[in-house]
Design a protein around this ligand. Structure first.
Ligand SMILES: *Cc1c(COP(=O)(O)O)cnc(C)c1O
Length: 408
Protein backbone atom coordinates (compact mmCIF):
# COMPACT_ATOMS: atom_id res chain seq x y z
CA UNK A 1 0.00 0.00 0.00
CA UNK A 2 1.49 3.32 -1.08
CA UNK A 3 0.76 5.40 2.01
CA UNK A 4 2.94 8.30 0.81
CA UNK A 5 0.92 8.66 -2.36
CA UNK A 6 -2.38 8.29 -0.50
CA UNK A 7 -1.36 11.03 1.95
CA UNK A 8 -0.44 13.27 -0.96
CA UNK A 9 -3.69 12.63 -2.80
CA UNK A 10 -6.15 12.68 0.08
CA UNK A 11 -4.29 14.38 2.93
CA UNK A 12 -4.40 13.20 6.55
CA UNK A 13 -5.85 12.06 8.91
CA UNK A 14 -7.16 9.36 6.61
CA UNK A 15 -8.89 6.01 6.87
CA UNK A 16 -7.91 3.48 4.19
CA UNK A 17 -9.81 0.24 3.62
CA UNK A 18 -8.54 -2.71 1.63
CA UNK A 19 -11.73 -3.89 -0.13
CA UNK A 20 -10.01 -7.04 -1.45
CA UNK A 21 -9.17 -8.04 2.12
CA UNK A 22 -12.78 -7.39 3.18
CA UNK A 23 -13.90 -9.65 0.37
CA UNK A 24 -11.58 -12.47 1.39
CA UNK A 25 -12.57 -12.11 5.06
CA UNK A 26 -16.23 -12.31 4.07
CA UNK A 27 -15.84 -15.24 1.70
CA UNK A 28 -13.76 -17.19 4.17
CA UNK A 29 -16.48 -17.01 6.80
CA UNK A 30 -19.22 -17.67 4.27
CA UNK A 31 -17.38 -20.73 2.93
CA UNK A 32 -16.94 -22.09 6.45
CA UNK A 33 -20.68 -22.59 6.63
CA UNK A 34 -20.98 -24.11 3.16
CA UNK A 35 -23.15 -27.17 3.03
CA UNK A 36 -25.63 -25.48 5.37
CA UNK A 37 -28.09 -22.72 4.60
CA UNK A 38 -26.45 -19.59 5.96
CA UNK A 39 -26.69 -15.84 5.83
CA UNK A 40 -23.94 -13.46 6.90
CA UNK A 41 -25.47 -10.26 8.23
CA UNK A 42 -22.63 -7.76 8.48
CA UNK A 43 -22.87 -5.69 11.70
CA UNK A 44 -23.07 -2.21 10.26
CA UNK A 45 -22.02 -0.50 13.46
CA UNK A 46 -18.45 -1.74 12.97
CA UNK A 47 -18.03 0.46 9.90
CA UNK A 48 -21.04 2.10 8.33
CA UNK A 49 -19.54 3.69 5.23
CA UNK A 50 -22.09 3.32 2.42
CA UNK A 51 -19.60 2.19 -0.23
CA UNK A 52 -18.20 -0.40 2.16
CA UNK A 53 -21.70 -1.72 2.90
CA UNK A 54 -22.42 -1.83 -0.83
CA UNK A 55 -19.20 -3.76 -1.41
CA UNK A 56 -20.46 -6.37 1.07
CA UNK A 57 -23.96 -6.29 -0.42
CA UNK A 58 -22.47 -7.28 -3.80
CA UNK A 59 -20.81 -10.25 -2.12
CA UNK A 60 -24.20 -11.38 -0.84
CA UNK A 61 -24.05 -10.02 2.68
CA UNK A 62 -27.08 -9.07 4.72
CA UNK A 63 -27.03 -6.48 7.50
CA UNK A 64 -27.38 -6.50 11.26
CA UNK A 65 -28.65 -3.06 12.27
CA UNK A 66 -28.95 -1.46 15.71
CA UNK A 67 -30.81 1.74 14.83
CA UNK A 68 -33.22 3.12 12.24
CA UNK A 69 -30.29 5.02 10.78
CA UNK A 70 -28.46 1.77 10.13
CA UNK A 71 -31.58 0.20 8.61
CA UNK A 72 -31.86 3.16 6.23
CA UNK A 73 -28.17 2.91 5.38
CA UNK A 74 -28.51 -0.82 4.65
CA UNK A 75 -31.32 -0.09 2.18
CA UNK A 76 -29.46 2.82 0.57
CA UNK A 77 -26.40 0.59 0.12
CA UNK A 78 -28.53 -2.01 -1.66
CA UNK A 79 -29.02 -4.77 0.89
CA UNK A 80 -32.32 -6.54 0.18
CA UNK A 81 -35.01 -6.39 2.87
CA UNK A 82 -35.04 -10.15 3.37
CA UNK A 83 -31.41 -9.98 4.54
CA UNK A 84 -31.80 -7.21 7.12
CA UNK A 85 -32.23 -7.82 10.84
CA UNK A 86 -32.74 -5.33 13.65
CA UNK A 87 -31.01 -5.80 17.03
CA UNK A 88 -30.45 -3.67 20.13
CA UNK A 89 -31.81 -3.26 23.67
CA UNK A 90 -33.59 0.06 23.21
CA UNK A 91 -35.64 0.25 20.05
CA UNK A 92 -37.92 3.29 19.85
CA UNK A 93 -41.51 3.08 18.55
CA UNK A 94 -40.61 4.93 15.34
CA UNK A 95 -37.73 2.52 14.75
CA UNK A 96 -39.96 -0.53 15.22
CA UNK A 97 -42.49 1.04 12.87
CA UNK A 98 -39.82 1.59 10.22
CA UNK A 99 -38.62 -2.02 10.52
CA UNK A 100 -42.18 -3.30 10.08
CA UNK A 101 -43.04 -1.01 7.19
CA UNK A 102 -39.80 -1.91 5.42
CA UNK A 103 -40.65 -5.59 5.95
CA UNK A 104 -37.16 -6.64 7.04
CA UNK A 105 -36.31 -10.27 7.81
CA UNK A 106 -36.87 -10.08 11.59
CA UNK A 107 -36.53 -8.03 14.74
CA UNK A 108 -34.38 -9.37 17.57
CA UNK A 109 -36.43 -8.97 20.76
CA UNK A 110 -34.48 -8.13 23.90
CA UNK A 111 -37.19 -7.80 26.58
CA UNK A 112 -40.81 -8.59 27.37
CA UNK A 113 -41.65 -4.89 27.21
CA UNK A 114 -40.23 -4.68 23.74
CA UNK A 115 -42.23 -7.68 22.56
CA UNK A 116 -45.33 -5.87 23.79
CA UNK A 117 -44.43 -2.71 21.87
CA UNK A 118 -43.72 -4.66 18.68
CA UNK A 119 -47.04 -6.48 18.99
CA UNK A 120 -48.96 -3.26 19.52
CA UNK A 121 -47.27 -1.46 16.63
CA UNK A 122 -47.63 -4.43 14.26
CA UNK A 123 -51.31 -4.72 15.12
CA UNK A 124 -51.85 -0.99 14.54
CA UNK A 125 -50.09 -1.27 11.15
CA UNK A 126 -52.01 -4.48 10.35
CA UNK A 127 -48.79 -6.34 9.80
CA UNK A 128 -47.25 -9.48 11.15
CA UNK A 129 -43.95 -8.91 12.89
CA UNK A 130 -41.35 -11.61 12.36
CA UNK A 131 -39.25 -11.85 15.51
CA UNK A 132 -36.43 -13.70 17.11
CA UNK A 133 -35.62 -13.56 20.84
CA UNK A 134 -32.14 -12.68 21.99
CA UNK A 135 -31.24 -15.23 24.61
CA UNK A 136 -28.66 -14.46 27.25
CA UNK A 137 -27.13 -17.92 27.66
CA UNK A 138 -25.44 -16.85 30.92
CA UNK A 139 -22.09 -18.52 30.40
CA UNK A 140 -20.39 -18.48 33.79
CA UNK A 141 -17.67 -15.85 33.52
CA UNK A 142 -15.75 -17.64 36.30
CA UNK A 143 -15.16 -20.64 34.11
CA UNK A 144 -14.47 -18.34 31.18
CA UNK A 145 -12.65 -15.32 32.54
CA UNK A 146 -11.78 -14.22 29.00
CA UNK A 147 -15.31 -12.95 28.53
CA UNK A 148 -15.28 -11.31 31.90
CA UNK A 149 -17.33 -8.35 30.70
CA UNK A 150 -19.95 -10.55 32.39
CA UNK A 151 -22.93 -12.13 30.86
CA UNK A 152 -25.41 -12.58 33.72
CA UNK A 153 -24.81 -8.99 34.71
CA UNK A 154 -25.07 -7.36 31.29
CA UNK A 155 -28.03 -5.59 29.80
CA UNK A 156 -28.42 -7.74 26.69
CA UNK A 157 -30.94 -10.44 25.97
CA UNK A 158 -33.26 -12.37 28.29
CA UNK A 159 -32.82 -15.50 30.42
CA UNK A 160 -33.65 -18.83 28.88
CA UNK A 161 -36.80 -19.19 31.03
CA UNK A 162 -38.08 -15.77 30.03
CA UNK A 163 -37.21 -16.49 26.39
CA UNK A 164 -39.46 -19.54 26.50
CA UNK A 165 -42.28 -17.49 27.93
CA UNK A 166 -41.83 -14.84 25.22
CA UNK A 167 -41.97 -17.48 22.47
CA UNK A 168 -45.24 -18.86 23.84
CA UNK A 169 -46.63 -15.33 24.03
CA UNK A 170 -45.44 -14.67 20.47
CA UNK A 171 -46.97 -17.87 19.18
CA UNK A 172 -50.34 -16.94 20.65
CA UNK A 173 -50.27 -13.46 19.18
CA UNK A 174 -52.03 -12.67 15.92
CA UNK A 175 -49.49 -9.95 15.11
CA UNK A 176 -46.27 -11.80 15.85
CA UNK A 177 -44.56 -14.67 14.09
CA UNK A 178 -41.54 -16.15 15.87
CA UNK A 179 -39.04 -17.17 13.19
CA UNK A 180 -35.63 -17.21 14.85
CA UNK A 181 -33.51 -17.45 17.95
CA UNK A 182 -30.52 -15.25 18.70
CA UNK A 183 -27.51 -14.87 20.96
CA UNK A 184 -24.43 -12.66 20.91
CA UNK A 185 -22.11 -13.18 23.86
CA UNK A 186 -19.49 -10.51 23.33
CA UNK A 187 -16.92 -8.98 21.06
CA UNK A 188 -13.29 -9.74 20.21
CA UNK A 189 -13.79 -13.37 21.29
CA UNK A 190 -10.61 -15.40 21.00
CA UNK A 191 -11.75 -18.65 22.62
CA UNK A 192 -14.09 -21.20 21.12
CA UNK A 193 -15.36 -22.78 24.33
CA UNK A 194 -17.86 -20.09 25.39
CA UNK A 195 -19.27 -19.85 21.86
CA UNK A 196 -19.71 -23.59 21.73
CA UNK A 197 -21.33 -23.64 25.15
CA UNK A 198 -23.70 -20.80 24.26
CA UNK A 199 -24.60 -22.44 20.98
CA UNK A 200 -25.32 -25.70 22.78
CA UNK A 201 -27.58 -24.03 25.35
CA UNK A 202 -29.51 -22.10 22.74
CA UNK A 203 -29.88 -25.08 20.41
CA UNK A 204 -31.31 -27.07 23.35
CA UNK A 205 -33.85 -24.31 23.84
CA UNK A 206 -34.66 -24.45 20.13
CA UNK A 207 -35.35 -28.18 20.46
CA UNK A 208 -37.56 -27.71 23.50
CA UNK A 209 -39.54 -25.02 21.67
CA UNK A 210 -40.05 -27.40 18.78
CA UNK A 211 -41.82 -29.76 21.22
CA UNK A 212 -44.22 -26.89 21.94
CA UNK A 213 -44.92 -26.61 18.23
CA UNK A 214 -42.82 -23.47 17.88
CA UNK A 215 -40.61 -24.15 14.89
CA UNK A 216 -37.91 -21.62 14.26
CA UNK A 217 -36.16 -21.24 10.91
CA UNK A 218 -33.18 -19.07 11.85
CA UNK A 219 -30.40 -19.78 14.30
CA UNK A 220 -28.59 -16.48 14.79
CA UNK A 221 -25.21 -16.86 16.49
CA UNK A 222 -24.39 -13.13 16.65
CA UNK A 223 -20.94 -11.76 15.93
CA UNK A 224 -17.90 -11.34 18.10
CA UNK A 225 -15.13 -13.22 16.29
CA UNK A 226 -11.85 -11.68 17.38
CA UNK A 227 -9.05 -10.41 15.16
CA UNK A 228 -5.30 -10.16 15.64
CA UNK A 229 -4.39 -6.73 17.01
CA UNK A 230 -1.20 -7.90 18.68
CA UNK A 231 -0.13 -11.43 19.46
CA UNK A 232 -3.52 -12.87 20.43
CA UNK A 233 -4.47 -16.27 19.09
CA UNK A 234 -7.61 -16.07 17.06
CA UNK A 235 -10.41 -18.46 16.18
CA UNK A 236 -10.30 -19.86 12.66
CA UNK A 237 -13.63 -19.37 10.85
CA UNK A 238 -13.70 -23.07 9.96
CA UNK A 239 -13.39 -24.15 13.61
CA UNK A 240 -15.95 -21.55 14.59
CA UNK A 241 -18.45 -22.91 12.07
CA UNK A 242 -17.78 -26.55 12.93
CA UNK A 243 -18.29 -25.99 16.64
CA UNK A 244 -21.61 -24.28 16.00
CA UNK A 245 -22.72 -26.86 13.45
CA UNK A 246 -21.94 -29.64 15.93
CA UNK A 247 -24.64 -28.31 18.24
CA UNK A 248 -27.22 -28.24 15.45
CA UNK A 249 -27.26 -31.89 14.42
CA UNK A 250 -30.67 -32.99 13.22
CA UNK A 251 -32.00 -29.43 13.05
CA UNK A 252 -33.05 -27.86 9.76
CA UNK A 253 -32.21 -24.22 10.41
CA UNK A 254 -30.60 -21.42 8.46
CA UNK A 255 -27.55 -20.13 10.31
CA UNK A 256 -27.17 -16.40 10.59
CA UNK A 257 -23.99 -14.73 11.80
CA UNK A 258 -23.51 -11.06 12.51
CA UNK A 259 -19.78 -10.40 12.19
CA UNK A 260 -18.49 -6.85 12.24
CA UNK A 261 -14.91 -6.64 13.40
CA UNK A 262 -13.77 -9.89 11.76
CA UNK A 263 -14.91 -8.67 8.34
CA UNK A 264 -13.52 -5.13 8.32
CA UNK A 265 -11.12 -4.77 11.28
CA UNK A 266 -7.84 -5.90 9.78
CA UNK A 267 -8.68 -4.35 6.40
CA UNK A 268 -8.44 -0.81 7.75
CA UNK A 269 -5.48 1.55 8.24
CA UNK A 270 -5.46 4.94 9.90
CA UNK A 271 -2.89 7.28 8.41
CA UNK A 272 -1.76 10.34 10.34
CA UNK A 273 0.97 12.95 9.99
CA UNK A 274 3.52 14.06 12.55
CA UNK A 275 3.12 17.66 13.67
CA UNK A 276 5.69 17.92 16.45
CA UNK A 277 7.84 16.01 18.85
CA UNK A 278 8.52 16.99 22.40
CA UNK A 279 9.86 15.75 25.70
CA UNK A 280 8.45 16.43 29.14
CA UNK A 281 11.36 15.37 31.33
CA UNK A 282 12.06 11.77 30.31
CA UNK A 283 8.77 11.21 28.50
CA UNK A 284 8.77 11.49 24.72
CA UNK A 285 5.63 12.52 22.82
CA UNK A 286 5.00 12.43 19.09
CA UNK A 287 2.12 14.75 18.35
CA UNK A 288 0.14 13.86 15.23
CA UNK A 289 -2.79 15.32 13.29
CA UNK A 290 -5.12 12.40 14.10
CA UNK A 291 -6.75 12.17 17.52
CA UNK A 292 -9.19 10.42 19.83
CA UNK A 293 -12.10 11.98 17.96
CA UNK A 294 -10.95 10.00 14.89
CA UNK A 295 -9.97 6.78 16.66
CA UNK A 296 -11.25 6.43 20.21
CA UNK A 297 -10.48 2.75 20.86
CA UNK A 298 -7.10 3.42 22.55
CA UNK A 299 -8.64 6.06 24.85
CA UNK A 300 -11.88 4.18 25.48
CA UNK A 301 -10.73 0.60 25.91
CA UNK A 302 -6.99 1.03 26.21
CA UNK A 303 -6.99 -0.92 22.95
CA UNK A 304 -3.70 -1.78 21.30
CA UNK A 305 -3.13 -1.11 17.59
CA UNK A 306 0.15 -1.81 15.86
CA UNK A 307 1.64 1.61 15.10
CA UNK A 308 4.71 2.47 13.04
CA UNK A 309 6.54 5.29 11.36
CA UNK A 310 6.91 5.08 7.59
CA UNK A 311 10.33 4.90 6.05
CA UNK A 312 12.58 5.08 9.13
CA UNK A 313 13.93 2.38 11.35
CA UNK A 314 17.07 3.69 13.07
CA UNK A 315 17.63 5.29 16.49
CA UNK A 316 14.43 4.08 18.02
CA UNK A 317 13.21 5.09 21.42
CA UNK A 318 9.94 4.91 23.27
CA UNK A 319 7.22 7.49 22.67
CA UNK A 320 3.52 8.00 23.10
CA UNK A 321 1.69 8.93 19.92
CA UNK A 322 -0.80 11.62 20.90
CA UNK A 323 -3.31 13.86 19.17
CA UNK A 324 -4.10 17.57 19.45
CA UNK A 325 -7.30 17.11 21.49
CA UNK A 326 -7.37 18.76 24.91
CA UNK A 327 -7.55 15.58 26.99
CA UNK A 328 -4.80 13.60 28.67
CA UNK A 329 -6.64 10.53 27.43
CA UNK A 330 -6.05 11.59 23.84
CA UNK A 331 -3.50 9.05 22.72
CA UNK A 332 -3.39 6.68 19.76
CA UNK A 333 -0.56 4.49 20.98
CA UNK A 334 1.59 4.23 24.09
CA UNK A 335 5.24 3.27 24.48
CA UNK A 336 5.92 2.67 20.80
CA UNK A 337 9.53 2.12 19.76
CA UNK A 338 9.91 4.74 17.08
CA UNK A 339 12.70 6.64 15.29
CA UNK A 340 13.13 10.39 15.60
CA UNK A 341 10.40 12.08 13.64
CA UNK A 342 10.13 15.35 11.81
CA UNK A 343 7.23 17.47 10.64
CA UNK A 344 5.04 15.66 8.05
CA UNK A 345 6.44 12.16 8.61
CA UNK A 346 3.69 9.57 8.27
CA UNK A 347 2.48 7.17 10.94
CA UNK A 348 0.32 4.13 10.17
CA UNK A 349 -2.06 2.61 12.71
CA UNK A 350 -3.16 -0.87 11.75
CA UNK A 351 -6.37 -2.86 12.10
CA UNK A 352 -8.55 0.20 12.42
CA UNK A 353 -11.28 -0.84 9.97
CA UNK A 354 -13.76 -1.68 12.75
CA UNK A 355 -15.03 0.74 15.39
CA UNK A 356 -12.71 3.44 14.09
CA UNK A 357 -14.56 5.87 11.85
CA UNK A 358 -17.94 4.63 13.10
CA UNK A 359 -17.08 5.79 16.63
CA UNK A 360 -15.59 9.11 15.54
CA UNK A 361 -16.92 12.47 16.67
CA UNK A 362 -16.47 16.20 16.15
CA UNK A 363 -15.00 16.78 19.61
CA UNK A 364 -12.87 19.93 19.68
CA UNK A 365 -14.74 21.00 16.52
CA UNK A 366 -12.50 18.76 14.48
CA UNK A 367 -13.78 17.79 11.06
CA UNK A 368 -13.96 14.07 10.54
CA UNK A 369 -11.33 12.26 8.44
CA UNK A 370 -11.77 11.21 4.82
CA UNK A 371 -12.15 7.53 3.86
CA UNK A 372 -10.54 5.78 0.91
CA UNK A 373 -11.10 2.34 -0.60
CA UNK A 374 -8.37 0.32 -2.31
CA UNK A 375 -9.64 -2.29 -4.71
CA UNK A 376 -7.74 -4.16 -7.41
CA UNK A 377 -4.78 -1.83 -6.96
CA UNK A 378 -6.86 1.35 -7.42
CA UNK A 379 -7.76 3.88 -4.77
CA UNK A 380 -10.90 5.95 -4.58
CA UNK A 381 -12.53 8.32 -2.14
CA UNK A 382 -15.59 6.89 -0.38
CA UNK A 383 -16.16 9.73 2.04
CA UNK A 384 -14.83 13.23 1.60
CA UNK A 385 -13.15 15.03 4.44
CA UNK A 386 -15.65 17.01 6.50
CA UNK A 387 -15.70 20.80 6.29
CA UNK A 388 -16.47 23.29 9.00
CA UNK A 389 -19.80 23.86 7.23
CA UNK A 390 -20.80 20.24 7.88
CA UNK A 391 -20.16 20.68 11.59
CA UNK A 392 -22.02 23.97 12.06
CA UNK A 393 -24.85 23.25 9.65
CA UNK A 394 -27.39 22.24 12.27
CA UNK A 395 -26.61 25.22 14.54
CA UNK A 396 -25.86 28.21 12.33
CA UNK A 397 -29.45 29.15 11.51
CA UNK A 398 -30.22 29.63 15.20
CA UNK A 399 -27.65 32.41 15.59
CA UNK A 400 -30.04 34.89 14.02
CA UNK A 401 -32.82 33.88 16.40
CA UNK A 402 -30.40 34.17 19.28
CA UNK A 403 -29.57 37.71 18.23
CA UNK A 404 -33.26 38.58 17.98
CA UNK A 405 -33.92 37.07 21.39
CA UNK A 406 -31.19 39.18 22.96
CA UNK A 407 -32.25 42.34 21.16
CA UNK A 408 -35.80 42.17 22.51
C1 LIG B 1 -21.85 -5.43 17.97
C2 LIG B 1 -22.70 -6.55 17.57
C3 LIG B 1 -22.27 -7.45 16.58
C4 LIG B 1 -20.91 -7.37 15.93
O1 LIG B 1 -19.89 -7.62 16.83
P1 LIG B 1 -18.38 -7.83 16.30
O2 LIG B 1 -17.62 -8.05 17.55
O3 LIG B 1 -17.98 -6.58 15.60
O4 LIG B 1 -18.39 -9.00 15.39
C5 LIG B 1 -23.14 -8.44 16.20
N1 LIG B 1 -24.37 -8.57 16.76
C6 LIG B 1 -24.81 -7.72 17.71
C7 LIG B 1 -26.17 -7.90 18.27
C8 LIG B 1 -24.00 -6.69 18.16
O5 LIG B 1 -24.42 -5.87 19.12
Amino acid sequence: MDFEKLAKTYNTPLYIYDFDKIKSNFNRLKDSFSGRKSLICYAIKANSNLSLIRHLARLGAGADCVSSGEIEKAFIAGIPKYKIIFSGVGKRDDEIELALKKDILFINIESEGELGRVEEIASKLKRIARISVRVNPDIDPKTHPYISTGLNSNKFGVDIDIAKKLYIKAKNSKSIEPVGIHFHIGSQLTELEPIKEASKKVSDLLRSLSVLDIDLKFFDVGGGLGIKYGDEKIIEPYDYAQNILDTLKGLDVTIICEPGRSIVGDAGFFLTKVLYEKRNHQKRFVIVDGAMNDLIRPSLYNAYHKTYLLGKNENKSRADIVGPVCESGDFLAKDVEISDTKHNDLIVIESTGAYGMSMSSNYNTRARAAEVAIEGGHDRLIRRREHLEDIIESEIEYLRMDDEFNAS
